[in-house]
Ligand binder design. Structure first.
Ligand code: NA7
Length: 555
């Protein structure tokens, strides 16, 4: 049903994750007479929380702030069982949100968008899926995620591996690990947030014969400190939701944790240590965001704090050499997204778990039997798990063939003959407010590039409201055309670049700075996310609205 048919809509939304569902819910409320459709690749709602079903997957933002503030009834009924929910629990929440608001009726599942083509005469987009569905629509909102296009490692021979192999975000459904991994030799490539959660979970499966972790860049990681939430505690939390959301809105990153305003070197050594011990013992991102205010702008301050965390790691790992490999040398604490862990470092004290330090012995090739490293050793493997991350921020856009005004492609690489005309040349976003793109009329991007990516659910709610505001302005005035002016996009792109200056986080290779060596053309650092404060971002969005969106062309 729905296959090979063409339907016409006022609004098509790409993706049914948190962004797409929030967009659908709000669009229905604001535009009750519109025909709206969501097109989703997966077989269920949830996006990130549908796909990332790997063992140990857990949100490391407080569950209480990782939900929708606008569905008050659901907040009243929902009991978060953990301060940091498992993937399963977050997914159940999202499903419940969709069910009780009857959202599924407007979603076409199992449709992978292949192309989006602008028709300037008709002022509409045509969206086509790999399965043969076709949708025409006046307005298009992409809610396709910023960590949703998985990347496999570009290592010679990976296609020759004879055992079972998969990316963490494509974990086989219903895999019974106790049984199917019994007696198996497992390899994991990658030690980002995903790898660290996966490895810790796998370490608890006693039937596994061996686990080899292939680590290229060590990542700073610190304890999550999850706790369960009783019914009595939850009843209290429910009364406090409004305050909690207000607290997030007032915090520069959108999280519940804030920096200590003092500067590291102004504080006595004893007070410094006391503060670091305090944030280290607290749950969640306290140890990333609760630092002294200069931790990510002053290298000396950062080094002192990094040394404090390095000592914590050393205390937890028995083998001195392994501990040394686990401590990053090429970047300071918090300059990359800090994975939070629950017993990760102790994993390496188990006899059947081995760390392969790829800085010492890089992988040379994958063979049918396993992985060979530069020292000539072949680690025999039955299962190979790629925790190798995503083509972040622009990747999900790259997976769609866009033809904007004059057939302009969206993402392209300058070394490709066809890539030159791309609006985002060499993966460099060019937007106004991270929301509208020159040459891509009537397209709005919720959680697109140039938007803050901190506490995703909080930012999604805001991003959806900005999109709704722009559409409302169009509807009210009977406009059928919206486009960012090049002047506005130039100024915004410059503002985003300016915000990135002076932050050590923007001086390190990671998905946050647009580097992914497994993707063609993603070898140099760029500014793809908004790294100013959430408040500044919101102020500028409000300003655009207050001045009647004069940076946008309406027609
Ligand atoms: P990340 O954080 O991008 O981590 C990917 C990991 O995979 C990282 O350790 C990489 O090492 C490693 N990797 C990637 N390619 C290779 C190759 N070719 N060889 C060896 N190792 C490789 O992705 P995650 O999924 O963990 O997390 C992404 C975000 O999702 C996370 O921050 C949360 O916000 C949710 P590298 O560092 O590149 O040397």
């Amino acid at each position: 049903s729905g296959q090979s048919t063409e339907r016409s809509y006022d609004l098509v939304i790409l993706g049914a994750g948190l962004s797409g569902l929030a967009t659908l819910y709000n669009a229905r409320e604001r535009f009750p007479d519109w025909r709206i459709k969501v097109v989703e690749r997966g077989s269920d709602v949830g996006g990130t929380w549908y796909y990332n079903s790997y063992p140990g997957c857990r949100v490391d933002t407080e569950s209480l702030s990782y939900c929708f503030s606008f569905d008050k009834e659901l907040l009243k009924e929902w009991h978060w069982k953990d301060t940091f929910s498992t993937q399963g629990e977050v997914h159940r929440y999202i499903k419940r949100f969709a069910d009780r608001n009857n959202l599924q009726k407007d979603i076409d599942f199992d449709r992978t968008v292949k192309s989006a083509t602008w028709d300037d005469a008709a002022r509409q987009w045509t969206v086509q899926t790999a399965e043969g569905s076709k949708y025409t629509t006046r307005f298009l909102i992409s809610s396709i995620g910023f960590l949703s296009a998985p990347t496999l490692p570009a290592i010679p021979g990976i296609e020759t591996f004879a055992g079972q192999a998969f990316h963490t975000s494509r974990w086989p459904k219903n895999l019974d690990m106790e049984k199917e991994f019994a007696g198996k030799r497992i390899g994991v490539i990658g030690t980002g947030a995903t790898g660290i959660q996966t490895i810790t979970a796998l370490s608890k499966i006693d039937s596994i014969k061996s686990l080899s972790v292939f680590q290229r860049t060590a990542n700073w990681s610190a304890p999550l400190r999850n706790e369960s939430i009783s019914e009595e505690q939850m009843a209290e939390h429910v009364k406090n939701y409004d305050n909690l959301f207000a607290e997030c809105t007032a915090s520069p990153t959108g999280f519940l944790h804030r920096a200590d305003p003092r500067k590291t070197l102004e504080v006595s050594e004893a007070d410094r240590l006391a503060h670091w011990e305090k944030i280290y013992s607290q749950p969640g991102f306290s140890k990333w965001l609760g630092v002294f205010s200069d931790c990510y702008t002053n290298k000396e301050a950062n080094t002192l704090y990094s040394n404090f965390i390095a000592d914590k790691i050393r205390q937890r790992v028995n083998d001195v050499g392994v501990a040394d490999s686990l401590i990053p040398k090429d970047h300071g604490f918090g300059m990359r997204r800090v994975p939070l862990e629950s017993g990760y470092f102790e994993v390496y004290n188990k006899p059947n778990i081995h760390l392969v330090d790829l800085k010492k012995t890089p992988i040379t090739t994958v063979k049918p039997a396993g992985i060979e490293t530069s020292d000539g050793a072949l680690r025999q493997l039955d299962v190979l798990i790629y925790a190798t991350g995503f083509d972040a921020i622009t990747g999900a856009f790259r997976a769609i063939e866009w033809k904007g005004k004059d057939g302009r492609p969206l993402v392209g690489v300058s070394t490709d003959p066809k890539g030159e005309r791309a609006v985002w040349l060499d993966h460099r976003p060019y937007t106004f407010l991270g929301m509208t793109i020159p040459n891509m009329p009537n397209l709005l991007t919720v959680m697109g590039p140039h938007q803050p990516v901190g506490n995703a659910s909080r930012n999604i709610e805001h991003s959806v409201q900005v999109a709704m505001g722009i559409l409302e302005h169009a509807k009210k005035n009977d406009y059928t055309y919206i486009e960012a002016t090049p002047e506005a996009a130039d100024a915004w792109t410059q503002h985003v670049a300016d915000c990135a200056k002076g932050s050590l986080i923007n001086e390190v290779d990671s998905w946050m700075t647009g580097v992914n060596k497994n993707v063609k053309g993603k070898t140099v650092r760029i500014v793809a996310r908004y790294s100013g404060t959430v408040q500044e971002y919101r102020r500028r969005c409000q300003e655009a609205k207050d001045n009647g969106y004069k940076s946008l062309i309406f027609a």
